[in-house]
Design a protein around this ligand. Sequence first.
Ligand code: HEM
Length: 439
Amino acid sequence: MDFRTLNKLAEVYGNIFSLRVGSEKMIVVSGYKAVKEALITQIDSFVERPIVPLFHKVYEGIGLAASNGYVWRTHRKFAGFHLRMFGEGKKSLEHNIQQETVYLCDALKAENGPFNPMTILTGAVSNTVACLVFGQRFEYHDEYYQRILRLDNECIKLMGSPRAQLYNVCPRLLEYLPGPHQTFFSNYKIIKDFLRGEISKHKEDWDSSNPRDFIDNYLSEMEKKKSDPEAGFNIEGLVISCLDMIEAGTETTATTLRWGLLFMIKYPEIQKKVQEEIDRAIGQSRQPCLADRVIMPYTDAVIHEVQRLGDVVPLGLPKKSAKDTTLGGYFIPKGTAVLTNLSLVMHDPNEWETPDTFNPGHFLDENGQFRKREAFLPFSAGKRACLGEQLARQVIFLFFTSLLQQFTVSKCPGEEPSLEGEIWFTYAPAPYRLCVSTR
Ligand code: HEM
C-alpha cells in the first residue's frame, strides 16, 4: 500500500490504526508524537523486521537490513565500524566524494542541451558507495555496471507496484506464475551474481593485514567468527550485506539529489541565495569540503528542506514488535508488523509552520543560523535508524554545493516539470529534464 493512501487513512482513523494485509495484521504509526514513542521512547520494542515474502526471497533474512537478533546486532556493529573507519571523520571518504564531484561536473559539462540528470547522478552516487564496498569506482559508461544499476532501479520501482506486491499476499500461488515479481527476482539474481564475482576477485588477492574495503574487512571477520557460526558471517551474508549497502545507499541518495535539483529549477530565487552563500563561504577557486557546512546555514537549511519535502523513504522499512507492548494506549502483541509513516512526521502540522510548502525557513532561526528540528526524520530513528546517514549527508552536501558552485540549473524552455512524485519503494520525482549553464 502506498504512503498517500496511508496518509488519507490516518486522517480518518488517527495516528495509530491497523490494517489487514493478506492474513497478517499491520499497525501503521503516523505523526511525530506517535512515531517518537514507537522508535525512541520504546527503543527496544520495534527493532525487528517482519518477513515480507517479496523481500525475503531476495534478502533471506540475513545481512544488515533484513536480519534480526544476533545476526543483525553483529552485522550492524561491524558495518557501522567500517563506515566510521572509512567514512565519518576520516579524510579518505571526503576525498573520494570530492573526487567523484569532479567526474560528475565534467559529465554535466559534456551535456549539450536539455537532459534527464538521473543516470549521471545515480552513477556518481553509486561510486561513493562502490568505493567503500569494492574499493573502486566505475566509469559512467561502464556498460556492465550501468546495467546492474538499471536492474536495481527497476527493482526499486517494482517494489512500489501493487502487482508485484500481490506476491506478498499469495506467494505460493504466484511463485510459478508470470508477473512483475518474476522480473524482480531475475534482476536480483543477476545483481547477486555480479556481487559474487566481485567477492571472488577480492578473495584472489586478499591480504588481511591490508584491507582495501568492506569486502576485505568482512572476509577477515569471517575468519575471526569461524567459531561463532550463529553470527552469520559467511559468503551469503557478505553478498547480502553488499547488496544492502548498495541498495540502501544509492537510489535514496541519488533521488534526494534529483529532488534537490528539481526544487532549484522550480525556485530559482532560492538557488540564487544558495549560490551567493557558496560564493561568500567557498568562492570559485577551491572545492567545497565538509568543514564548509557549518558556515553555510542557508544551504544546509535548503538541503534539509529538500529531504523533508522530498520524502524519499516515506514509510521507512517495515518493523515488527519484539515483545508485547502498548503504543498510544493500544495493546500490540509480540510479532505484529508495524509501519512508521515518516512522511506524516515530516508533514506533521503540529511540528512544521508550512508543512506542504518548500520553506528553508523551517531550519533557520531568527538570526539566519541553522536550527535542528526534532521532527526531521528522513533517516528514521532508534536502533534501526539508517546506518548510512552520515555518508548520505556528506554526499548530498558535497554534490549539491559542488554542482551549484559550478552551474546554474534551470527549466528547459517550454517544459514545466511536476513536483508530484512517483511511488516506487522510494518516493521519486517523475522523470524531468533540466538545462545547465556554467557560472
Ligand atoms: C538520503 C539517503 C538515505 C535515506 C533517506 C535513508 C533512509 C533510511 C531509512 C528511512 C531506513 C529505515 C530505518 C528504519 O527501519 O527505521 C534506512 C535503513 C538503512 N539504511 Fe539508509 N538512507 C539513506 C542512505 C543510506 C546510505 C548511503 C547507506 C549506506 C551505504 C544506507 C544504509 C542503510 C542500512 C544498512 C539500513 C538498514 C539498517 C538496519 O536495518 O539496521 N542508507 N535508511
